[in-house]
Ligand binder design. Structure first.
Ligand SMILES: O=C(O)[C@H](O)[C@@H](O)[C@H](O)[C@H](O)COP(=O)(O)O
Length: 258
């Protein structure tokens, strides 16, 4: 396993969630010691949201200087603002209301009940990313992108066998007829995800074992989107032992720098 890519295996889901949260606190301490602000991309999904809840827990909520953090999303479900199924709403319930991150630093995707249609919403988020870059780039320099991984190895709303995973020009795209409900979504594209210093893929459960095994074996990205996730400095698969069941022992590492 290269220093750039690691697989960290935790005994069970609870220790995985806690381990991801604790490692994230460590990374943020390092990043915010070196720079004024950090930019993080959050994910939806049960593992991603559980990690946010752990970060918002009484024992961790004060460990990150959230006032210096910008939060973005890797994807969003095309639903009305405040809908319980929106990734940003689940993040709000999990931790946003407790961490004291300035509202201007919380960069939600547009919602379906707003003035924009799906295509215009993608353009609007793309424009917001560019504005936030501050130096004429197309998006901020992301310190870390969280990704959940579907049983089909999708990441964000980039699904296998679909054109969106192959998009290399746009930074944000609309997704229609999504295999995972709801059918309409918005997603960052793979080049934007991979522009981050760190990409963390978080997997729990036996239904993720095949996706993890294929991703680590270097399967074709169009068919196994998780195989295409690669941070500039680090790519870390943070998994529990059930998700790791199909992974050859030589691809597993314990501990190490995430
Ligand atoms: O909008 C979403 O649903 C997520 O962004 C999606 O990419 C999710 O992270 C994966 O489907 C894994 O979800 P689980 O962690 O619940 O398996």
């Amino acid at each position: 396993m290269s220093e750039k890519r690691r697989v960290l295996v935790y005994d069970d889901r609870a220790s995985l969630i806690a381990g991801i949260a604790d490692r994230f606190v460590g990374v943020m301490t390092e990043v915010l010691a070196a720079r004024d602000e950090a930019s993080i991309v959050l994910t939806g999904g049960t593992v991603g949201i559980a990690v946010l809840a752990a970060l918002g827990s009484p024992e961790r909520v004060s460990l990150v200087d959230w006032e210096r953090v910008h939060l973005w999303w890797g994807d969003e479900r095309w639903l009305p603002a405040g809908d319980a199924e929106r990734n940003d709403e689940q993040a709000r319930e999990a931790f946003l209301d407790r961490i004291g991150c300035p509202p201007a630093n919380i960069h939600r995707f547009p919602s379906s009940d707003g003035p924009l249609d799906l295509d215009a919403a993608a353009r609007a988020y793309s424009d917001e990313l560019a504005r936030a870059s501050g130096d004429g780039e197309r998006h901020p320099a992301f310190d870390l992108v969280f990704l959940g991984v579907g049983p089909d190895a999708h990441i964000a709303s980039l699904f296998p066998g679909r054109e969106e995973i192959r998009e290399r020009e746009a930074t944000v795209i609309p997704v229609r007829n999504s295999p995972k409900p709801p059918p309409e979504r918005l997603s960052l594209t793979l080049p934007v995800i991979n522009s981050a210093d760190r990409v963390w893929l978080c997997l729990s459960g036996t239904d993720k074992a095949t996706a993890l095994g294929l991703a680590l074996a270097g399967a074709n990205v169009s068919e196994v989107p998780a195989a295409g996730a690669e941070g500039r400095l680090r790519t870390v698969f943070l998994v529990d032992s059930t998700a790791a069941a199909d992974v050859p022992q030589d691809l597993l590492t314990d501990g190490g720098v995430a």
